[in-house]
Write a protein that binds this ligand. Structure first.
Ligand SMILES: Cc1cc2nc3c(=O)[nH]c(=O)nc-3n(C[C@H](O)[C@H](O)[C@H](O)COP(=O)(O)OP(=O)(O)OC[C@H]3O[C@@H](n4cnc5c(N)ncnc54)[C@H](O)[C@@H]3O)c2cc1C
Length: 201
């Protein structure tokens, strides 16, 4: 979507450049980066409701928040419309390249990952808290908190889902024990009966 917009000289989505995933997945979690969120440019979405009705929701009706889109959680997103501004192709591409450079410099893109594990806690950064509990470099099985970015856990070497879950629990526990802050997960567990990230609190 970001490169399509850039190709057509439309500006407004540059900060989202490099976020992997579909438009539907991005809207469902209100994906964002570098000061931009996908909801900022959204006009409306056509969705199917749990009652099999097709309706159009205006962006303002969705209740978008930081990495959340409450009204979309039980719906299937079919189409979305965005309002972008006419821009200069060179400056759009140059801004996208800048964002890409930042991502490559700061994120462990050389390893598989699920992106940010935790949401940003109010007034702080998950990465800072994790660093403060000596989280960087902690490894469980094949899953690891990389030195490059404490908020993005990587599949360092054939990690299993259980390795990742245990690593998330370990880091949440350390942060809770030291700061009393319960980090909220940005990633969603799939295939577990109970919340696999629960810790002693
Ligand atoms: C390396 C890396 C970097 C990342 N960086 C960022 C970042 O900077 N900022 C950020 O916000 N996120 C970031 N992410 C997370 C990424 O944005 C999400 O993984 C992505 O948006 C999910 O989209 P998807 O198409 O893969 O959806 P999936 O993972 O397939 O699905 C995610 C959820 O969305 C739902 N969904 C998907 N499509 C639809 C639809 N059409 N209608 C209704 N529900 C739907 C699914 O049911 C599921 O519950 C990063 C991820 C990685 C791996």
């Amino acid at each position: 979507l970001t490169t399509f917009a850039a190709f057509h000289e439309l500006s407004g989505l540059e900060p989202l450049s490099g976020i992997p995933g579909s438009v539907g997945g991005g809207l469902w979690m209100n994906a964002g980066a570098y000061g931009g969120e996908i909801s900022n440019a959204l006009i409306d979405v056509d969705v199917i409701t749990p009652n099999d009705e097709m309706i159009t929701l205006q962006a303002a009706e969705i209740g978008f928040g930081y990495r959340s889109a409450p009204v979309l959680q039980d719906k299937v997103i079919l189409h979305s419309r965005f309002k972008l501004t006419r821009g200069n192709k060179d400056s759009i591409y140059s801004e996208m390249r800048r964002v890409w450079r930042l991502r490559r410099e700061k994120q462990p893109l050389e390893y598989p990952s699920a992106g940010s594990i935790f949401k940003r806690p109010a007034g702080d950064y998950a990465g800072r808290l994790i660093e403060a509990v000596n989280g960087k470099g902690v490894r469980i099985g094949g899953a690891m908190v990389p030195h490059k970015h404490a908020g993005i856990f990587i599949n360092y070497d054939h990690a299993t889902a259980e390795d990742v879950v245990q690593l998330i629990r370990e880091i949440r526990q350390r942060v809770y024990d030291k700061f009393g802050i319960l980090l909220e997960n940005e990633v969603k567990p799939v295939g577990f009966k109970n919340d696999p990230f629960e810790i002693k609190s």
